[in-house]
Design a protein around this ligand. Structure first.
Ligand code: AMP
Ligand code: ZN
Length: 473
């Protein structure tokens, strides 16, 4: 299996630290709002990487954190006059709902920064003891220049970086490149006691601590969006390698950015979309499929036209699978009546099975070439074509083989092929009425619960002036 490693800028054969096992750490979201559609890309992409490793028989330890203490969370809490934990807890729950709707598997470990403060204090102390960090007025800094390999991931050189930095006279740091490991408490902010006074950790330290605790000193794969390469991942390497004296991560994987209509997504440009908003327009399974139809390292352009085209592609696969299920049921029933052997394949079937096997091999070869999901999907389309042409004339055993094969490959991509149980119109309408009543009574928790429940069943609600309209996704 080959993986493009940002550390070496080339595709490398994957060799695990421990045979048969793979430890993957993916930097998770900062939880101060609903996750946006860009945040969903690393979630979907690296969940697919995980699924492929599982398919290959690896024992996968998948760790992804929630950054639940941060300036943005504190700012939002202050604006709303609530505790920071109220904001982060709410958005962790909302993020989990979105991940579920995107069919992202639950992580093996999903640590929260605020629950790992002791470990962070320990690592910062170790860094101080080893001479890699120092304290000034309640702030602890990492002594960047002392770490010889700084800049190896982002291909930056400290002196070039310095050229772009203006050094403030009041700066208490020994060097402008030093970064914060611990900062002192400010009024109204969450804080924890530490050897350097009340305060809170800087952002980078949490990932070094969590990956060591849940995976080990050296992890197989560290992943995240490409914006994290510098400074976040560069700083993680410096902290971890200075502290542990071991290589931090063997393979670094970074996803490209998702843009909207070829423009950077931003609130001020008015082209910023949450997963929740997009989920009202499209089933999130379509969004997952759309994201996997491009290579994870390329930029991904999100537009209605492109998503519509992904939707049609996915429908083609799902229709073929439905058809296979129907044909299989018919053939099995007919076989039971005639008493024919259920597992007999004709020579024609066997020839087709060989063709299908070659397509499975093509799917695997694509995935093993740095997770080229675009080509892997192309192999599924070829299987669908083969199925559409041959299933009707094949034996029950052959149809069953096709059904299992296509379903298995879809499952690696996290695409669900089972039909959702359809809700009856009157049940949907009764729930919509209950939601309206809940909203009137300002019971927004129940109202949201009903909307989520309907969304799960593929029912999309639209609030219009004429009342609530609904449609099946
Ligand atoms: P954040 O909450 O900003 O730390 O982001 C969580 C994850 O989403 C990180 O891995 C980011 O690199 C990634 N990310 C943020 N914006 C985008 C985007 N527009 N496209 C792809 N990935 C993104
Ligand atoms: Zn991180």
């Amino acid at each position: 299996m080959k993986i493009y490693n940002t550390l070496t800028n080339k595709k490398e054969e994957f060799v695990p630290v421990h045979e048969g096992k793979v430890g993957i750490y993916v930097c998770g979201p900062t939880v101060y709002n609903y996750i946006h559609i860009g945040n969903a890309r690393p979630m979907v992409v690296f969940d697919t990487v995980r699924r492929y490793f599982e398919y290959k028989g690896y024992d996968v330890n998948y760790v992804s954190n929630f950054t639940d203490v941060d300036d943005k969370i504190i700012k939002k809490a202050m604006e709303e006059g609530v505790d920071a934990s109220e904001i982060s807890e709410k958005f962790i729950k909302e993020c989990e709902k979105d991940m579920h709707a995107l069919n992202v598997k639950e992580a093996t470990h999903h640590p929260k920064a605020t629950e790992e403060i002791d470990g962070m204090i320990e690592m910062i102390q170790e860094l101080i003891d080893k001479g890699y960090a120092y304290e000034k007025n309640g702030t602890v800094y990492f002594r960047t220049r002392k770490f010889n390999h700084y800049g190896q991931l982002s291909n930056k050189n400290l002196d070039d970086m310095m050229a772009g930095i203006r050094i403030a006279v009041s700066d208490e740091k020994e060097d402008a490149m030093d970064f914060v490991l611990w900062k002192p408490k400010k009024e109204g902010e969450p804080s924890w006691p530490s050897p350097w006074g009340e305060g809170r950790p800087g952002w980078h330290i949490e990932c070094s601590v969590m990956s060591r605790k849940y995976i080990g000193d050296t992890i197989d794969i560290h992943a995240g969006g490409e914006d994290l390469i510098f400074p976040h991942h560069e700083n993680e390497i410096a902290q971890s390698e200075a502290c542990n004296g071991e290589k931090f991560a063997n393979y670094w994987m970074h996803n490209g950015f998702l843009n909207i209509d070829n423009k950077k997504m931003s609130k001020s440009a008015g082209n910023f979309f949450t997963v929740r908003e997009i989920g009202e327009k499209y089933p999130l399974q379509v969004i997952r499929f759309f994201m996997l139809s491009a290579h994870y390292r390329s930029p991904l352009n999100f537009s209605d036209t492109l998503v519509e085209s992904a939707k049609h592609g996915l429908e083609r696969i799902l229709t073929a699978v439905d058809h296979l299920r129907d044909v299989l049921a018919e053939k099995q029933a007919a076989g039971a009546e005639s008493g024919a052997a259920p597992d007999a394949m004709t020579p024609e079937d066997q020839k087709n099975v060989e063709e299908a096997k070659a397509l499975v091999a093509k799917f695997e070869a694509s995935m093993e070439d740095d997770f080229n999901t675009a080509d892997a999907i192309a192999a599924i389309f070829e299987l669908v074509k083969l199925s559409n042409v041959t299933a009707d004339h094949g034996s029950a055993a052959y149809v069953e083989y096709l059904l299992e094969t296509i379903t298995k490959l879809c499952d690696i991509l996290g695409i669900i092929t089972e039909k959702k149980e359809e809700m009856l119109d009157e049940d949907i309408e009764a729930l919509i009425e209950e939601r309206q009543a809940a909203r009137k009574a300002k019971n927004f928790v129940r109202a949201d619960e009903i909307r989520d429940m309907l969304a799960e069943k593929g029912i999309i609600l639209e609030d219009t002036r004429a009342g609530v309209k609904w449609k099946r996704a």
